[in-house]
Design a protein around this ligand. Structure first.
Ligand code: TYD
Length: 212
């Protein structure tokens, strides 16, 4: 089973993934946890280029192709082999991030981006996607506090430095995109505490499991 997590910065994706891993391990499974950008060896080099504050001069098209390159490598070299071994795969971001950030956020055409994603993933689509939804004001404050705490404000701060307006477009974009893919994308309210959010995440996973 392949599950992806989406949402704006600071929605608690990595906390929820950690909780789900613990849950699955208690049930005797050994899930593979991965992320984008940076889930493969090549991808880790791309991640540095994509997220460093010094990359502010990157054009929207260049950014798009770097994310797609990261994804093609990630799907082929990391996700597909793990699924073939029978592992559950959990990815912190995947194809929907490109449609939403480069499409609704930067203004490229979402349907074209979906087609380019089809090329990049080559059939490797998630069974379910959990969209953690949160007000951008709350999410950004959380993300900036985390970056300062972890000393990552420069190395990984390019998106946090975008305007609140950009993050509002991204949040709305996610909701629009989810409404077009209700069979796969499940919206979870990320406002409550982690335990309450996790109850909803687990319910989505159970649903995906029964369909799988
Ligand atoms: P990351 O530090 O992983 O942030 P988060 O903890 O919020 O996931 O940064 C990933 C950033 O890259 C995030 O701001 C969204 C952006 N992104 C895109 O713009 N397009 C993409 O296709 C992907 C995968 C990520």
């Amino acid at each position: 089973m392949f599950l992806t997590f989406e949402g704006i910065e600071g929605t608690g994706k990595s906390t929820q993934i950690r909780m789900l891993v613990e849950h699955l391990k208690r049930r005797g499974q050994d899930p593979l946890v991965t992320l984008e950008p940076g889930g493969s060896r090549v991808g880790r080099e791309l991640r540095r280029m994509l997220l460093h504050l010094e990359s502010r001069d990157i054009t929207p098209e260049t950014e798009l192709f770097l994310y797609l390159a990261d994804r093609a490598q990630h799907a082929a070299q990391v996700i597909r082999p793990a699924l073939a071994r029978g592992q559950v795969v959990l990815s912190d971001r995947y194809a929907d991030s490109t449609v939403v950030y480069q499409g609704y956020g930067r203004g490229l055409e979402p349907r074209l981006l979906h087609q380019l994603n089809e090329v990049a993933v080559a059939g490797c689509w998630p069974d379910a996607t959990i969209l953690l939804d949160l007000e951008p004001e709350i999410g950004l404050n959380r993300a900036m506090a985390r970056n300062l705490r972890e000393g990552k404000a420069v190395e990984e701060g390019r998106f946090e430095a975008e305007s609140l307006e950009f993050h509002r477009r991204v949040r709305e974009g996610y909701l629009t995109w989810a409404s077009l893919h209700q069979d796969r994308i499940f919206i979870v309210d990320a406002t409550p505490g982690p335990d309450e959010v996790f109850d909803a995440v687990r319910a989505v996973m159970e649903r995906a499991r029964t369909r799988h």
